[in-house]
Every structure is written in C-alpha cells, then in structure tokens.
Design a binder for this molecule. Structure first.
Ligand code: FAD
Length: 487
C-alpha cells in the first residue's frame, strides 16, 4: 500500500519511518528545500546555529526510531546526558544552577536560596508521580478512541486524576509546594515548554519538570539538527522517498476516502495520507471543501518566539549550554503575551550556546548565541517596530546582569520571528506548539491523529494530539502507527 506524507517536520519524518517499517511505500512531500521544519540548522560567517529546538528530553523516543532502520545500515545516534540542565540569573545578582540530579539540585537550592533541599526533592517526586501516571492517558494513546479508556494502563490514570492538579493553575500548585518566589518563577517556566501561561495552565503541567530534572536533559553529539539528519537517514534506509520544493496544494478526497494529494498540479495516488502541516492550514488550504472543525481550529495559539542568532567574538565562562535571565515581573510577562498580545518590556531571555559543547560550532575564542524571548503568536502586531525595541531591552538586561556591552561583541546576526516562523513552516500565527495548553481541557480539545469521517486521513506533529515539542511530535507518529491499517 502507498502512503503520502505532507511535510518533513520531525512528526512527518517519524511517521514515514513507522509506516515504511509497516510495509508501506512512503513518499514525503516537503515545500522547503530542506527537511526538519522547525528543527533545522543554518551556518553564517563561520557559526553553526540550530534554528529551533535546543532542549532535548526523552531521547529513547529517537532511539526507538533509529532501531527500526534497515538491518543493512549502521546509523548511529550518539548523545549524552547533561549534568546541568540550565543556569539561572536574576537581576539582584542571584545565580543558581539546576542540576539533573535532584539531590544535587536540592543542595544547590539550599545553598543559594536557603530553602531545604527536601522541598525540591519532594516536588520532583510529585512531578514524577504525575507524569508517570498521566502520560499513558494523555500522551501515548489516542484520546479519541473509546478503547483507550478501557485499557488496563489507563484505568489507574483515570482513578488518580483528582491528584493531578487539573483544577488549579500551575502557579497555584507551585506557590503551595515551593517556599520561595524565585523557585516558583523557575518552575512556572516549564509552562513555556508547550507555549502556555503558568497563571492559566492547569497544575498537571508541573509534571513537565520531571522530564528535564528527573529523567534528564540530553544533547546529541553534533547538535540538535542531528535528530532530523539521523531520522531522515533511517527513513531513507527503509526506502522512504523525500521530495523537496514540493508543496502540497490539496488532499484529494473521494466519497469518504483519502485518495492522495495534488503537488505542483500533479495528482499523486495513495491509500493513506498523513498531514504533518499545521492543522489550521491543513483544513483551510488542503481540505478547504471539507467541513471545518472550527472549535478546534480557533483555539488560542501557544506562544511564539523572537530569536536573535548572534555570533559573539569572545567567550563567557559564567555561561553554560542553557541559560535563563529572568524577568523581574514574570506574571506581567505572561499577561503581555496572552492577554494583551504584545511583548513584555522586560522579558525573560533564554541564551543557548551550543559551542560550549561542540567547539566547532563557532570560530576559536568565540561563541554562537541563540537568544530567545517568548512572544505572542502573530495577530498582526507591528513587528518591524517591536523587534528593534525588544533587542534594545535584551541588550540592556544582559549588560546589567553580565556587566558587558554585548552589542560590541556581535559579529554576525540573524533573526527569526513569528512571521518568518509561519512563512518557513506554515505554523498558524507562528505559534511554536500549535494550540496553547491554557485550558484545563486542552488535551481533549486538540485535533485527533485521524479524521473521524474520512478513511485513510491522519495527522501528525505539534498542532495535533498529543501536542508540541519533539517528544510529543514523535509520539503522534507512534499513535498513527497504532491506528493505521497493516500494509
Ligand atoms: P514542523 O516543524 O512544524 O514542520 C512542518 C513541515 O511541514 C515544515 O517543514 C513545512 O515546510 C512542511 N509543510 C507545511 N505545509 C506543507 C505543504 N502544504 N506541503 C509540503 N510541506 C509542507 N521543542 C522541543 O522539544 N524542545 C525545544 O527546546 C524547543 N524549542 C523550540 C524553539 C523554537 C524557536 C521553535 C520554533 C520550536 C521549538 N520547539 C521545541 C518545538 C519543536 O520544534 C516543534 O514542536 C517540532 O519541531 C514541530 O514538528 P512538526 O512535526 O509539528 O513539524
């Protein structure tokens, strides 16, 4: 049987591997000249930059796919576990390192913030409990099949659901469990991992900390793009055909069956179609003559991002791979992003420097900075005016905290912002993670991984169930594998 996949984002590539392994003849059509979508790479003036994701958790989901490679190949995916997940900086001079060993992190918190280590250890145990109990229900299976709710793995999750903090916000859970405003701020940050607002998102999202701080933070030997590169090689080893510069114009439906796609005016027949394109444009452009699930499509989008890629002509020993420079008024920051849809005047800044791990990512004595602030999704804001303004406040804040005028050290610059995220990946409004998780029912409101009426039509990637971020996109491919017919 034949399968066609629209888009070579990480969810599309993972789906291609699973379907090819199942015996399908798979063609992937990608509108760009390169694979990976948000998980791509570029080089500029001797600096290498991972364009999108920088934080890598649950590497076993990539290992699972690598293990499916054709036996005649030897495709490796080397990565290492990091000892520290992130270095945190505040304006009052406090600095704290989050280690991936809960005891070590607890000891650091005790020393820097004078809060007993046990507070962290207990918090992370609770995060682990919530994650391990809820993942089977919310992440690893379709929420749109009655069989999911009857399976024996899911029953314990349903029975324990009242313990998950669904009826409090993340911030409320964090305020009640952590004893220091800086710790609340630090753990509220995990809402940004799916582009949500910790003051609205349900408390169950406090379980996200389990991934980074209990299970660990990882780094592929050659940087994040190695995930895309490796998975493309695995797909090719199984016979998947990638077609680049090949934007799909329409998904062909006959009666209640998906029949293929239209690309560059040509009709490509298939038994199965998987759209890895964001669900909003999938309906509006590729399925425009089908009934539109407006309630799903019109949900609030997750946050987007403004990224400055800077080649910096010196090194900073106080910085690690991941660094956060916190905003003084975190609550206001999210209010600006989600309620007023503008950029907070004093945003939190995330600086990722892969040359700390892979020195060849920057010329000798220099560093490659990926400098990101969370911003609202694009609803027509005056970005041309906002971007230079925000760059000014980012530079001022870095100067206040690091005592260095970074502007003097920028040798090269590139910028990614909500409009270009949308034009490069078709992600509606440039949202990083599809719809936001601000609503306590959002897990149930995402589009299923299959079409309820059209046979042979499936959906993978960050805008559908189970949600955005690399691990969840990979899980969407696994769910499609479970739901699709044998070839
Ligand atoms: P996408 O990456 O959205 O790609 C979709 C692909 O489909 C694109 O290549 C697009 O060109 C193609 N396409 C669309 N329409 C068509 C069409 N009609 N025809 C053909 N092709 C089409 N996640 C993490 O886990 N950790 C992080 O640290 C992290 N940080 C991030 C930072 C940034 C700046 C960004 C942008 C994202 C970040 N994410 C992070 C999120 C993560 O990158 C995404 O959730 C994930 O990569 C999305 O994958 P996807 O499968 O949904 O496809």
């Amino acid at each position: 049987m034949k399968a066609v996949i629209v888009g070579a984002g990480i969810g599309g590539i993972a789906t291609s591997i699973r379907l090819a392994k199942k015996g399908y003849e798979v063609d992937v059509f990608e509108q760009n000249s390169y694979p990976g979508g948000k998980l791509s790479v570029f080089e500029q003036d001797g600096f290498r930059f991972d364009a999108g994701p920088s934080l890598f958790t649950l590497p076993e989901l990539v290992d699972d796919l690598v293990a499916l490679q054709n036996k005649d190949h030897k495709i490796d995916f080397p990565y290492k576990k990091l000892d520290e997940s992130c270095r945190y900086f505040w304006e009052d001079g406090k600095r704290l390192t989050a280690y991936t060993d809960p005891k070590k992190f607890g000891a650091e918190v005790e020393e820097v913030l004078d809060i007993p280590a046990k507070v962290i250890i207990d918090y992370l145990k609770n995060a682990e409990f919530k994650y391990e109990k809820s993942a089977k229900l919310f992440l690893e299976k379709s929420l749109h099949k009655s069989s999911t709710f009857l399976s024996k793995e899911v029953l314990p999750a349903l029975l324990g659901i009242y313990k998950f903090g669904l009826f409090e916000s993340m911030n409320q859970v964090n305020e009640s469990k952590l004893k220091h405003p800086k710790l609340v701020q630090l753990f509220n940050r995990f809402a940004t991992y799916n582009g949500s607002d910790p003051y609205q998102a349900p408390g169950i999202l406090t379980s996200i900390a389990n991934l980074e701080l209990n299970r660990g933070t990882f780094y592929p030997e050659d940087g994040m793009y190695q995930i895309t590169d490796t998975l493309c090689k695995v797909a090719e080893s199984l016979g998947v055909n990638f077609h680049f510069n090949a934007g799909v114009e329409k998904i062909m439906i006959e009666g209640n069956d998906a029949k293929g796609v239209k690309v560059n005016g040509d009709f490509i027949y298939s038994d199965l179609v998987v759209s890895n394109m964001d669900i909003y444009p999938t309906y509006k452009k590729l399925l425009s003559d089908q009934k539109q699930p407006e309630n799903i499509l019109n949900q609030e989008r997750s946050s987007s991002a403004l990224i400055f890629y800077w080649g910096i002509d010196r090194e900073f020993s106080e910085l690690g791979l991941h660094n956060i420079f916190f905003s003084d008024d975190y609550h206001q920051e999210f209010h600006h992003i989600f309620k007023t849809k503008t950029i907070a005047p004093d945003p939190t800044i995330y600086v990722n420097i892969t040359s700390k791990h892979t020195p060849s990512d920057a010329p000798e004595g220099m560093e490659n900075w990926f400098v990101m602030v969370n911003v609202p999704s694009n609803s027509g804001q005056d970005w041309d005016h906002l971007i230079p303004e925000i760059k000014g406040s980012v530079l001022e804040k870095l100067q206040r905290i690091l005592g260095v005028d970074i502007a003097q050290h920028i040798k090269t610059e590139s910028i990614l912002e909500p409009r270009t995220i949308e034009s490069k990946t078709s992600s509606y409004q440039g949202a990083l993670y599809g719809s936001s998780s601000n609503n306590r029912y959002s897990a149930f409101l995402r589009h299923p991984n299959f079409h309820q009426k059209i046979k042979g039509l499936y959906f993978s990637g960050g805008s559908v169930h189970p949600g955005g971020g690399i691990p969840l996109c990979l899980l969407s491919a696994k769910i499609i594998d479970d739901l699709s017919p044998a070839s």
